[in-house]
Unconditional design. Structure first.
Length: 370
């Protein structure tokens, strides 16, 4: 925030005594005018500073999608204009790893005002790491969103996945992966027994209570803690939607767009999981130690390392070894979110189609960095 102070009155104050014994105050103003006031008419002398507040806009960078060199898609959202109309927004792009991109680099100009915008990035060089972030300009200056890196590849070429820095919650250090589209995901299922603020999440073992509870809850598969080390915990949707955050601070349960962005990065023809695709195979661990045969199409190219954790439905435990269901945090008109699913007989990552309508199933949770 920049603050300017404007002195409204007087530079010099002088007192003149006239021959008829009346004392006059001369007020010399910044604009050169002189005002004379009889001192006898003055009770007190004050001056006022006018404060002019100058705020920059607030803007968020969207994940990079549809990476198919020489093109990609990003964008952002201007969430606040800072009290002054945003006259231009877009993204700035650079391949310099030592500094964040600015408007002095390549930019797109995608509009003005507030709201969501899409930026088309064209003429990219193949096999380069690029850095992109949104910008917004108002009369007070320019502000920037978060920086996202991505790798320019042909769609049919390479899945870029690198180890992240990891993240700790409830005393456990989760490994993470950073994909070429800028997303950073946990590489294991969530196993926390507390929310991010430290409040405990109830462990519900009773089948009848699990099916009727209307609060956040978790369980182990078959209520056996030995499964936690491999598959993590199963959570109901109440835990997913709780504003105390079941994920670490700075992370969140992925929404539909997060999942669709991941799936489309792994297979550009996936339609966010609604069309036949190979993304699921690129997310599953290989072999049949955990997945039942044939574990169709499993390569784990993404490093996502999905395991068949099964689910808990109306209290009953089912499908470990054959299916995994990951919660989406999205909800529609109050209807609980759906799931994104993988199974042992297909390489298809199956996307949610609106809310499931049932908050009580116990499903796996993966977290994604904000």
């Amino acid at each position: 925030m920049k603050t300017k102070f404007l002195l409204l009155i007087f530079v010099t104050i002088g007192l003149i005594k006239h021959s008829y014994s009346q004392t006059i105050m001369n007020i010399y103003q910044n604009n050169g005018n002189v005002t004379q006031i009889p001192v006898s008419s003055i009770d007190s002398i004050t001056y006022t500073s006018a404060v002019v507040t100058s705020n920059l806009p607030t803007v968020i960078t969207s994940p990079v999608t549809s990476i198919n060199s020489p093109n990609a898609v990003s964008g952002g959202e201007v969430t606040d204009d800072g009290g002054s109309t945003v006259i231009q927004y877009g993204v700035c792009l650079s391949n310099n790893p030592t500094s964040e991109p600015t408007i002095d680099d390549f930019i797109t100009i995608d509009g003005s005002g507030t709201g969501v915008f899409v930026s088309n990035l064209n003429n990219l060089i193949l096999n380069y790491t690029y850095y992109v972030r949104a910008y917004a300009i108002n009369s007070n200056g320019v502000s920037y969103g978060n920086t996202i890196s991505f790798y320019s590849v042909y769609a049919q070429n390479i899945i870029v996945s690198n180890p992240g820095n990891g993240v700790v919650l409830d005393g456990y250090n989760y490994p993470t992966i950073v994909l070429g589209n800028g997303q950073e995901w946990m590489a294991e299922n969530l196993r926390t027994t507390v929310y991010a603020n430290g409040d405990p999440i109830p462990n519900i073992q009773s089948n009848s209570q699990w099916g009727s509870i209307e609060a956040g809850a978790y369980c182990y598969y078959l209520n056996d803690v030995q499964y936690q080390n491999i598959y993590g915990n199963l959570y109901n949707f109440y835990a997913v939607a709780d504003n105390r955050n079941v994920c670490p601070t700075g992370w969140h349960v992925p929404n539909d767009l997060d999942w669709q962005t991941l799936i489309n990065y792994l297979d550009v023809n996936a339609g966010g999981g609604m069309d036949a695709n190979t993304a699921g195979g690129k997310m599953k661990t290989t072999g049949t130690q955990y997945w039942q045969s044939p574990n169709e199409g499993a390569t784990n190219e993404s490093g996502f390392s999905a395991l068949p954790s099964g689910w808990r439905i109306y209290g009953a435990f089912e499908q470990m070894g054959t299916w995994t269901y990951f919660w989406s945090s999205s909800s529609f008109a109050g209807v609980p979110g759906g799931t994104f699913d993988l199974n042992s007989t297909s390489s298809w990552a199956m996307g949610a189609d609106g809310g499931s309508g049932d908050p009580n199933p116990g499903n796996a949770v993966r977290c994604i960095k904000d």
